[in-house]
Design a protein around this ligand. Structure first.
Ligand SMILES: [Zn+2]
Length: 572
């Protein structure tokens, strides 16, 4: 680094009050040994998940609220900020601390730069594959959705990018929202002979036949291995059923045990599950199923620095979760001797785009994909005075922006926005482009809704979502965050039983009355009726609002009063 650049960084860090010292600053632009990860053993898995179609480097702020209760209390993945750093021995102010936590987010983002980007990820994948002959690249899904170009190309941009990246095995979730026919077309044509699309838990509703291959058997450096696929079990509930009307989903624990036993009987010495269950579900599954060496997990977007060992009747299963938005690449090495695993190493590598050279052929592909849309994507709709982000159990500033836009444009007193965990972050002062708006809203069912809802119905909606998030049994958790709420205030007791978590609902200074009706705006409805109504997409509503404001002041986050969080390390 040049002296001038260094002084510049120092000034940025000082002005923003970042807890960075000169050692961190010096390390900020030099790769040093950051990506030196010596090969260990003879079986190697590279794992990416939940990139949500982010082909370009982005900012992504990790949550400061990720509550766990019961068996999940104060354990990964329900640790935020300092608690996460302490658990995994990461130093505050370091590059890793920036990758894994929300701490000093804006200041650190200015120093360490953007994360992810397929051209930079490609360089890292190539480097890891070069040092680990035979290594396989596994994609945990939520890959073909989450950006404007993915939506506009019906997922084709991501399919092409994944083929270029050299994905070997994949499973899925949001992919299904492109519709069953489109998924099958990609699997049968684009991926044929190149990428194994695996899911042991997707069956036809009529004869219960498997829709996809349940697993793939390979040999790596002389060791027979198996990768079993587990798609998101709640796809037809969390997303519209009409996209996959003839397929049924589920955790299907017993089927999984049969598949594990089958691949073991065929000689597999290392068996891993490529999972889109979400980490809490994976941790429970690992305690109940025998014969898995690791579960490489996604869906809940938890960037967990370590592999969590879980004991079960067959031994120990490692459980990992590799974050989201192209921010991380997990590297799992096993040393197999005489047919048995003797040891392992796991590292979740953050993808820092200014430390990894851009891979030229991937860069060219991305440029080609974006060229016809570049002007439209880059148009600045407004400027933001404050940081915009989404992640967190209850609200994020970009969600608040969407709620404010919905209430203003639709003249509604209350608004709901889904608790999606995808969506990139913006730093204060940045222009909000059309691409940024699409990063938060691009789904195949982003219709807006305006309805008259009774106070009782509003409570039912909040109770249902709260149960998806806080049901004490992880098998009933669907892995999203709490629905974001505009206008309405409420209190939530995560430890309450189903139907009894929400209280103190108010609109302004008036309590919500069960029998009274309220005008409620929302988006992303799952019903067929809402689809057939063909209402305005939410990105148009947000765009209208942004253009009318031009400058977006800091949003006041509407947060519920949250009970029983004393001592909870999932809250900063
Ligand atoms: Zn997912």
């Amino acid at each position: 680094m040049q002296r001038r650049e260094f002084l510049n960084l120092l000034a940025i860090a000082a002005a923003s009050g970042a807890a960075l010292n000169s050692r961190d600053l010096l390390a900020a632009t030099k790769p040093g040994k950051f990506y030196e990860l010596p090969r260990f053993g003879n079986v190697h898995f590279l794992h990416m998940t939940d990139c949500h179609a982010q082909l370009k480097p982005i900012y992504f702020r990790e949550p400061n609220v990720n509550l766990g209760f019961g068996g999940a209390l104060n354990k990964a993945p329900h640790l935020v900020g300092e608690h996460l750093l302490r658990e995994f021995g990461v130093r505050r102010g370091s590059r890793e601390a920036h990758a894994f936590t929300y701490l000093d987010f804006e200041a650190a983002a200015k120093v360490y730069g953007k994360v992810g980007g397929f051209a930079h990820l490609a360089t890292l994948v190539k480097q890891m594959k070069a040092s680990r002959p035979g290594a396989l690249l596994l994609d945990g899904g939520d890959t073909w959705q989450g950006s404007a170009t993915a939506l506009w190309s019906n997922g084709q941009d991501m399919v092409d990018a994944c083929l270029e990246l050299g994905v070997d095995v994949m499973t899925a979730h949001w992919e299904f929202t492109l519709g069953a026919k489109r998924v099958q077309e990609i699997v049968d044509k684009d991926f044929k002979g190149k990428v194994d699309f695996v899911a042991q838990n997707v069956k036809t509703t009529d004869f219960e036949d498997l829709v996809f291959k349940p697993y793939t058997l390979r040999e790596m450096n002389g060791v027979p291995i198996a990768i079993i696929g587990q798609a998101f079990p709640y796809t037809p509930i969390a997303n519209p059923r009409y996209f996959t009307p003839e397929w049924s989903f589920g955790i299907r624990e017993e089927d999984l045990q049969k598949q594990i036993d089958e691949v073991r009987s065929k000689g597999a010495q290392v068996v891993v599950l490529l999972s889109h269950n979400g980490m809490d579900v994976d941790l429970k599954l690992a305690s109940r199923v025998r014969g898995l060496d690791a579960i490489l997990g996604g869906h809940t977007h938890d960037g967990v620095p370590g592999a969590i060992p879980v004991k079960n009747a067959g031994g120990t299963t490692l459980v990992t979760n590799a974050g989201s938005n192209g921010k991380f690449l997990g590297v799992l090495d096993f040393d197999v001797k005489g047919g048995k695993i003797s040891d392992f190493r796991y590292k979740l590598l953050p993808v820092f785009s200014n430390l990894l050279a851009s891979d030229k052929s991937m860069e060219a592909l991305i440029a080609k994909i974006r060229a016809p849309h570049e002007a439209k994507l880059g148009e600045v709709l407004a400027r933001t005075d404050a940081m915009l982000y989404r992640r967190g159990n209850f609200n994020g500033s970009f969600d608040q922006l969407i709620l404010d836009a919905l209430m203003d444009v639709k003249q509604a007193e209350i608004a709901f926005s889904p608790g999606f965990r995808w969506g990139t972050s913006l730093l204060s002062g940045q222009g909000i482009t059309r691409e940024h708006v699409m990063d938060q809203t691009a789904t195949t069912y982003s219709y807006t809704t305006v309805s008259e809802m009774s106070g009782e119905m509003i409570k039912t909606v909040l109770e249902d979502v709260a149960d998806n998030l806080f049901n004490p049994d992880p098998y009933y958790q669907q892995g999203g965050d709490m629905v974001r709420v505009g206008g309405l205030q409420y209190a939530i007791n995560p430890l309450g039983t189903q139907g009894k978590r929400i209280a103190e609902m108010r609109l302004g200074d008036k309590p919500i009355e069960a029998s009274k009706t309220y005008k409620v705006a929302g988006w992303a409805p799952v019903s067929e009726a809402a689809r057939d109504a063909k209402t305005e997409p939410v990105w148009d509503v947000v765009e209208t609002w942004l253009k009318s404001k031009k400058r977006i002041t800091a949003r006041k986050l509407n947060q519920p009063r949250i009970l029983n969080t004393q001592g909870n390390r999932g809250m900063a």
